[in-house]
Design a protein around this ligand. Sequence first.
Ligand code: SAM
Length: 331
Amino acid sequence: MLHDTYQRTINYLRVSITDRCNLRCEYCRPKEGVSLKGHEDILSYEDILRVISAAVRMGLIKVRLTGGEPLLRRDFVDFVSRLAKIEGLQDISLTTNGILLENMAEAIYKAGLRRVNISLDSMNPDRYREITRGGDLKSVLRGIAAAEKAGFSPIKINVVAIKGFNDDEVLDFARLAANKPFQIRFIELMPISEVNTATQGCFLPMSVLRNKIMEHYQLEPLGKKKFISDGPAEIYRLSGGLGEIGFIHPVSSHFCATCNRLRLTADGKLRACLLRDEEIDLKKPLSASCDDDVLQDLISQAILLKPAHHDLDCTDRHLKKCHRDMSDIGG
Ligand code: SAM
């Protein structure tokens, strides 16, 4: 088992497989676009699989594929089937915006991936287009339906809560959780990089959403984590409903004490904390065909970089941000 300096078990790696995305969400990516990395600047699938295999031998059990938009990367399905063959890796999941999911869900499921999180900040087509700078809501809804049909379970829908933008849709999302076996997870907007200047003043603490939902629904807390993939969300069953509601509050009440994750960026940097800029480069040693010992030593070094907690505070006007955008790190 892997432990950091604060005795936390580290068993989860979030892997960004591309920095490219087919959306430009206002709080995630700069309007003018980002300078995209070339093929030679990002890790090959072979190198990603090498890192994951090395980490699994050290005690890693969970991997989440993210980006950018992971479904944009070529040969994704084949990559998943290779990943699913890594012995000892117990859980593989995916975070996607769902735009390309309709035509890929079945193949991804067959390749061995069972859990999917789909990002959806509004169920109003105009608003969705606005926040994503051009996204088509219907494609996402078709993607969700295809994931359901293919057999993905659980299907989690990630909703970043944005004051003045989607706070009036909270009950619509709760209704979706009542009618469908989905887990709707509201997430606090994090002030990452400079992109968030556009959304400053839009922070909405989870307590506000929870209280609003409780005026209309009975929420039964689900104490124990049901799935190995369940993360820091505070999860409730909607009484009488099919689905669940989760609240993720990294800002108003951080869960760093139970953080079990590392992140691998598309360009091969290991990050110990989403909100800290320290990184360990794996790309160079991988390109030089380093030994597994070297790789494992670098993974251990990254784990030792994990801070006790991040420095975000929603009441702090001079927020300490990390330099990279969320889409660049892999959310
Ligand atoms: N393209 C994929 C998607 O849309 O799900 C994966 C990458 S995206 C960066 C992963 C998640 O990060 C999305 O759910 C997105 O809403 C979330 N995210 C991005 N920036 C965020 C921020 N500043 N605060 C909270 N969540 C954020």
